[in-house]
Ligand binder design. Structure first.
Ligand SMILES: *Cc1c(COP(=O)(O)O)cnc(C)c1O
Length: 359
């Protein structure tokens, strides 16, 4: 079997070139006689890999010098705890926006360590982004937390409110590197790698210098930003192979023209799919503009039977992992950076055919 078009929400499709390079370098990386995953993380060869990964990410996202990039483990879910443990240092209160399951988990974790104010919520259905009204925000909050792209529902926050001196912290797991963001607007950006960057096991944290503080006293050493920053992400063994793949993905993205170029391609892919869904008499999009994600496109058919039939037939045609999240149902096409335009046009052709056959 050849490669399929993989619409998985995560772990997700990676660029074929990256996989082929990794395969070529698998058993003998640059005449070292060993695989990247077998070598010391402190050796010269590996240090070059992690340093290139950091330099490329800094260049791709235009990350200013007063921000540190940390290569951690534990997924975005560990950040749900690291954020409050490290950042609730003053009022011990934080503002959160609740736009889905991941926001809910972040809120629940923060409640263990301090006071949470949910300042905006779409918890009734999570199919829109609530109004972010700055007059409702706590001026003394230690931070303001959002989830940029809601992977499960297919919504995206497309503007940032003015939070004054309160730093914005965001979970960008499913949209990092998909479009240009002004890093200066954030105190912390974090993301699990397995959506738009590389394999799971790697978590990227981009943190402004002044946000790296002494954490709460009982904080486990491994959950301290300060410890990881002071040790250049080498306090313990980082996810070495995942960082290497991420580095190859960053190289691929740079060779393509960087984030501004992939943003154009991503917007084209998303509008192709949304245009089809808006015009269809059988398929319906779950999310209305302007709340739509350009990474995760969710939709339904008129009956559960048709949903099941569609997912099954699509899979037979090499269009896989289109089933929606277990909590959301329906369908979800995740069209991350590594999904080519042809993957989306092939999906649309298939949907057109399905529509004709099932009307
Ligand atoms: C996938 C995802 C998570 C969970 O990430 P893990 O790395 O599995 O902990 C959290 N937030 C968002 C927005 C996600 O898409």
């Amino acid at each position: 079997m050849g490669r399929v078009y993989n619409f998985s929400a995560g772990p997700a499709v990676l660029p074929l070139e990256v996989l082929e390079t990794a395969a070529m370098q698998m058993a003998d990386y640059k005449n070292t006689g060993m695989s990247v995953m077998e070598m010391s993380h402190r050796g010269k060869v590996y240090m070059e890999i992690i340093e290139e990964a950091e330099a490329l990410l800094r260049e791709l996202m235009d990350i200013p010098a007063n921000y540190r990039i940390l290569f951690l483990q534990g997924g975005a879910s560990s950040q749900f705890a690291m954020i409050p443990l490290n950042l609730l240092t003053s009022s011990r209160r934080a503002d959160y926006v609740n736009t889905g399951l991941w926001s809910k988990r972040a809120i629940a974790e923060c409640k263990k360590y301090g006071e949470v104010n949910v300042v905006a919520s779409s918890a009734d259905k999570f199919d829109y982004i609530p109004e972010l009204d700055a007059s409702k925000f706590d001026k003394d909050a230690d931070y303001f937390h959002i989830t940029t792209n809601n992977t499960i529902y297919g919504t995206k926050i497309s503007y940032l409110p003015d939070t004054g001196a309160v730093p914005i912290v965001t979970d960008m797991s499913s949209s990092i590197l998909s479009e240009i963001v002004d890093v200066n607007r954030y105190g912390v950006i974090y993301a699990g790698a397995q959506k738009n960057i590389g394999p799971s096991g790697l978590t990227i944290v981009i943190i402004r210098d002044d946000m790296i503080k002494e954490p709460a006293q009982s904080t486990p050493t491994m959950l301290s930003y300060k410890v990881h920053a002071e040790n250049g992400s080498m306090y313990n063994t980082p996810a070495t192979y995942s960082v290497y793949i991420a580095m190859l993905v960053f190289r691929w993205l740079k060779s393509l023209g960087g984030v501004s170029q992939i943003e154009k391609i991503n917007k084209e892919k998303a509008s192709m799919l949304y245009d089809f869904l808006d015009d269809s008499t059988l398929f319906a999009p779950n999310i209305k503009a302007p709340h739509r994600s350009i990474m995760n496109v969710t939709f339904v058919l008129p009956s559960e039977e048709l949903n099941v039939k569609f997912i099954k037939e699509a899979e037979k045609s090499g269009l896989v992992s289109l089933k929606g999240h277990r909590t959301a149902g329906g369908m979800r096409a995740s069209i991350y950076n590594a999904m080519p335009v042809e993957g989306v046009s092939t999906l649309i052709e298939f949907m057109k055919k399905f529509e004709t056959e099932n009307k």
